[in-house]
Design a protein around this ligand. Structure first.
Ligand SMILES: C[S@@+](CC[C@H](N)C(=O)[O-])C[C@H]1O[C@@H](n2cnc3c(N)ncnc32)[C@H](O)[C@@H]1O
Length: 283
């Protein structure tokens, strides 16, 4: 089956069985979160979530290349107490053979206001990274960020101590030489992604911001690679892949969302083609 630049209509549990093994470079997805959005696209009870997810993740493991990553954006709900199905899922995925390599946090810089008697508003979601081993593709330079204004002030007057490597004050074994930071324009980010959630209506109730899959696509795949989203919704992952010169592939169970995704991706392809022809057009 040709999976490159295709969105399939159907259940991932069936469609993914037709994908060739070792064919995808990166998987970035946000599946239904247990019973949330039950009315829009059905729900899965927290007690059955792991059982529902494992056949799909078994196929994802087969489809993913050895050096690929699987990024799972998910967050358990709270109804008096936190649900535990995400924790159970992490343990079950490890038993299935996945390495739980890292947990990134999506901090929603402008999350919905609200008040609850037993907690504060929920401003973060998990982005769990799973891999097939300890070695995987990761281009850390692709997500470097500007160093920030603090550096200018700090580097202005370097003390004698700053020019030599000093041991950690807590005896952690780590040392640092502040002078090394002079002239640096960019630094590596941390594992908290500060991105505003989507507020505009995209004809889908659970759209994530394009910047979220884009960050992982830059970090864990190369140009020309295939990025799969098995719960593609309105097509956000595919749009980010197109904009970053990767191929996309996706599956969507709901016919309306499937059509919206196809349309959104077509629009992204047109915009990209138009911008390329503008650059190439003679003056
Ligand atoms: C959280 S939404 C994804 C939203 C997407 N990230 C976006 O930005 O538009 C989850 C999507 O998974 C779809 N879905 C649910 N169960 C599915 C299944 N078994 N196979 C394929 N898609 C499924 C739902 O219809 C829904 O559109």
């Amino acid at each position: 089956m040709d999976i490159k630049n295709q969105i399939f209509y159907g259940d991932s549990a069936d469609i993914l069985t037709k994908y060739p093994s070792n064919s995808v470079d990166l998987i970035v997805t946000s599946p239904p979160y247990s019973n949330r959005r039950k009315r829009s696209y059905g729900g899965i009870s927290p007690d059955r979530y792991v059982e529902w997810f494992l056949p799909i993740s078994k196929e994802l493991y087969r489809i993913l290349k050895q050096d690929g990553s699987f990024v799972l954006n998910i967050k358990e709900g709270a109804n008096g107490e936190r649900e535990i199905y995400v924790l159970e899922l992490i343990l079950a995925l490890r038993k299935q053979g996945w390495y739980w390599t890292e947990e990134y946090i999506w901090y929603k810089t402008t999350c919905m206001p609200g008040k609850w008697p037993n907690r504060f508003r929920d401003a973060w979601e998990r982005c769990l990274q799973f891999t097939k081993g300890r070695k995987f593709r990761m281009n850390q330079r692709a997500v470097k960020i500007p160093i920030g204004n603090w550096a200018k002030k700090r580097m202005k007057n370097l003390s004698e101590n700053d020019t030599v490597r000093t041991a950690s004050a807590t005896n952690s074994g780590f040392g640092r030489k502040v002078e090394n930071w002079a002239n640096k324009r960019t630094v590596y980010p941390d594992n908290v992604l500060k991105i505003a959630p989507v507020c505009k209506n995209h004809n889908h109730s659970a759209v994530y911001p394009k910047e979220l899959p884009a960050w992982f696509i830059k970090l864990f795949s190369k140009r020309g690679g295939i990025v799969l989203d098995p719960f593609i919704g309105s097509g956000t992952t595919a749009i980010a892949a197109v904009e970053l010169d990767r191929h996309y592939s996706g599956v969507e169970l709901n016919k309306t969302y499937y059509q919206i995704a196809k349309k959104n991706v077509q629009n992204a392809l047109h915009t990209k083609a138009a911008s390329i022809s503008t650059i190439k057009a003679p003056r």
